[in-house]
Design a protein around this ligand. Structure first.
Ligand code: MN
Length: 302
């Protein structure tokens, strides 16, 4: 494999609002790129400072068919779910919630104090054979960290340079946080059978000489055995990749499924209030599902 004949897709993240008016950048799904491996959703939130009583506030809501993957860069968020898990996540840690056949959770900033918030939340689509499994929640307080050429690489998912993340995933994927405090350069080995994409979270690093600013996702495709990363100043990137998923998925609201009928059933289950259990102690109100009728009007693709 070679990197001759460079082909990239530059994809612009779009602005969206989560919770009570929290601005984020949504890089995946993108109009031009629905997934990168099994990664089917990528929100970059912050960095932002907030006043006491503000911050992240996402009340109880359901998920099916996916894993939610939270990478905390600055600040804290309290996760509560219908399995009874209550977990405060700190910088450098990952929360991984496997929705499987159904779970509900809330995500809220700790109350009563000002704070800073900087995080990425990603979703990983579960393959058909795993998507009806029992729900699960894991907190990973320690992840492998590698120093190369001035970059600090945190192995969030999959493996890099012989170090493997403990995060339990169900398809071959990789997720790396690449941060540097100053001038740095190194060649990152890649798995050629994976497709990859890189999102800048801070600064203006370069990938194979291409400057990549926050808000732009650079899609690299498959067939690359390495990529050259460089930076002249402090910066941070998120690299995601994986085996092309190979299954058509339907992603709508907080659900990953295969058909509009499954989405309609999931909404009914949320309204009924049984299937997804209860989240105890959340401050925010449960989220109201949008009308799934729109799925049929749109021809089952969102
Ligand atoms: Mn969620």
């Amino acid at each position: 494999m070679s990197n001759v004949g460079e082909q990239y897709e530059r994809l612009e993240a779009h602005r969206a609002v989560i919770g009570d008016g929290f601005q984020i950048r949504r890089a995946v799904p993108n109009r031009h790129r629905r997934m990168v491996g099994a990664w089917c959703f990528l929100d970059h939130a912050g960095p932002v400072d907030y006043e006491p009583g503000q911050g992240l506030s996402i009340g109880p809501h359901p998920h099916i068919g996916l894993q939610t993957f939270t990478w905390m860069i600055e600040g804290e968020v309290l996760h509560r779910d219908s399995l009874g898990c209550e977990q405060l996540i700190h910088p450098g840690q990952v929360n991984l919630m496997t929705a499987g056949k159904g779970i509900s959770h809330s995500e809220e900033s700790p109350t009563g104090r000002a704070g800073r918030f900087h995080a990425a939340q990603l979703w990983i689509a579960l393959p058909d054979a795993e998507r009806h499994r029992e729900p699960d929640f894991r907190h990973y307080p320690n992840l492998p960290v590698i120093d190369r050429g001035g970059f600090r690489i945190t192995v969030l998912a999959g493996a890099c340079e012989g170090e493997r993340s403990p995060a339990k995933v169900y398809t071959p994927i990789v997720g790396l946080d690449l941060s540097t405090r100053g001038r740095s350069r190194f060649e990152l080995p890649l798995e050629p059978s994976f497709e990859h994409a890189v999102l800048t979270l801070e600064g203006a690093p370069a990938l194979n000489g291409e400057i990549l600013e926050p808000g732009t996702l650079l899609y690299l495709g498959t067939g690359r055995s390495f990529v050259e990363l460089g930076s002249l100043a402090a910066s941070r990137m998120l690299l995601i990749g994986g085996t092309p998923f190979g299954e058509e998925i339907l992603l709508w609201w907080n659900f990953v499924a295969r058909t509009p009928a499954e989405m309609e059933a999931a909404v009914r289950d949320w309204v009924d209030g049984q299937h997804f259990g209860k989240v105890h102690g959340a401050r925010g109100k449960p989220l109201v599902a949008p009308d799934p009728g729109v799925l049929r009007l749109k021809g089952a693709r969102t």
